[in-house]
Each structure stands twice: as structure tokens, then as C-alpha cells.
Ligand binder design. Sequence first.
Ligand SMILES: Nc1nc2c(ncn2[C@@H]2O[C@H](COP(=O)(O)OP(=O)(O)OP(=O)(O)O)[C@@H](O)[C@H]2O)c(=O)[nH]1
Ligand SMILES: [Zn+2]
Length: 193
Amino acid sequence: MTQHDVDFGRIEKAVREILYAIGEDPDRDGLIETPARVARAMAEQYSGLGQAPEDVLNKVFDVDHDEMVLVRDIEVYSNCEHHLVPFHGLAHVGYIPNEKGQITGLSKLARLVDIFARRPQVQERMTSQIADSLMRVLEPRGVIVVVEAEHLCMTMRGVRKPGAKTVTSAVRGDFRTSDKTRSEAMALILAGR
Ligand SMILES: Nc1nc2c(ncn2[C@@H]2O[C@H](COP(=O)(O)OP(=O)(O)OP(=O)(O)O)[C@@H](O)[C@H]2O)c(=O)[nH]1
Ligand SMILES: [Zn+2]
């Protein structure tokens, strides 16, 4: 599904229904354009459904570097698939290039995070999907992905525990087999906090 495949009319109709259902008047001044706005916002928030990792990891450079590359503190905004309420936080993505020194552009790691964040998600699956797609496309010696996020479904409603952070990690290849490599990455992720 690409952004163009999002059925805006259908979202608009559904949002009108929800507004009726909660006892609002969708035709009052302040709400009249809301269904269309929500449709546009949803098309953006769920645009990752129309994208594949290969779309962004397409440019691979051969560089003489076969040691760890880590981009940390990538802002991530997603929506939990249980409530369609946002969760947001930071993603840290690292990998060790293969012996051919194949690396990707740094911004591509952040774009990859967005592809999986802009879908109805659970944090655990998002974390593994980022790691697995990087392994598949870049064929590195290893990947580490750590995501720390606050779920609004746990803070503004439900159990109401503001500040609670959920931390998930996915380690593949060398990061899984070598404690030393994993510790080095974790130290870099935590450095300066
Ligand atoms: N594992 C996991 N759980 C999540 C994630 N996002 C939200 N949840 C949880 O999904 C669960 C859904 O639980 P349910 O009991 O079906 O829904 P609920 O009655 O709204 O639950 P409460 O949030 O406890 O009020 C809750 O415990 C949420 O905290 C996520 O990314 N990963
Ligand atoms: Zn939720």
C-alpha cells in the first residue's frame, strides 16, 4: 500500500461516525474539517505500510571500514496497535559492516526506523523488524537495535504511569554471539547520560 492507496473517504466517514458515537456534532464549526484532517494525518502516520526497507537501503557504499557504526538517539514516533495511541522515544541502531566494507548512508538508518514506526505497531516487533531488515539487505556481521519509548496508552489512560519507559532490544550476528561486542555497543548507547 502506498500513500496514494490510503482510502481518505473511508477514513473521513469513519471519523464522522466516531464523533457521533461519542456524542459530538461532526457538523459544528470546529469539527467540520476534522475528518479530512484526520485522514491526512493518518496517511502520514501509517505511510510505512507502503514502503519497504529496500526502498531506503538501496545505496550501499564500499568503504574500507569494518568496525561498528552506531547512530543513537534517533527520535521515533509510532502508534501502538492496541489503542492506536502514540508511543515515542529514541531508537539506537548499530551494525558491523561485512568484510567487503559495505555501509549505508547514516540517514538511511533513521529512514529505516521510520518505515517500521509509521505502522500500527508493538515496540517489540518494530525493534526486531528494524534489525532483521538491516541484516537482510546490508548483510553485515551483526546488528543491534535498542528502542526506549513511552507509551501514551500507559500514561494518559489505563494504568497511568507517566515516565515509565519500555526498553526493547534486538541483537543479531556478532552482537548476539560476542558479549564484548554487545557491551561495547551498549556503552556507546549509554555514553554521556
Ligand atoms: N508488549 C507490548 N504491549 C503494548 C505495547 N503497546 C501497548 N501495549 C499493551 O497492550 C496491552 C493491551 O491490553 P488489554 O488488556 O487488551 O487492553 P486494555 O484493557 O486497554 O489495557 P490497559 O492498558 O491495561 O487498560 C496493554 O497492557 C498495553 O500496555 C507494545 O508496544 N508492546
Ligand atoms: Zn496501547
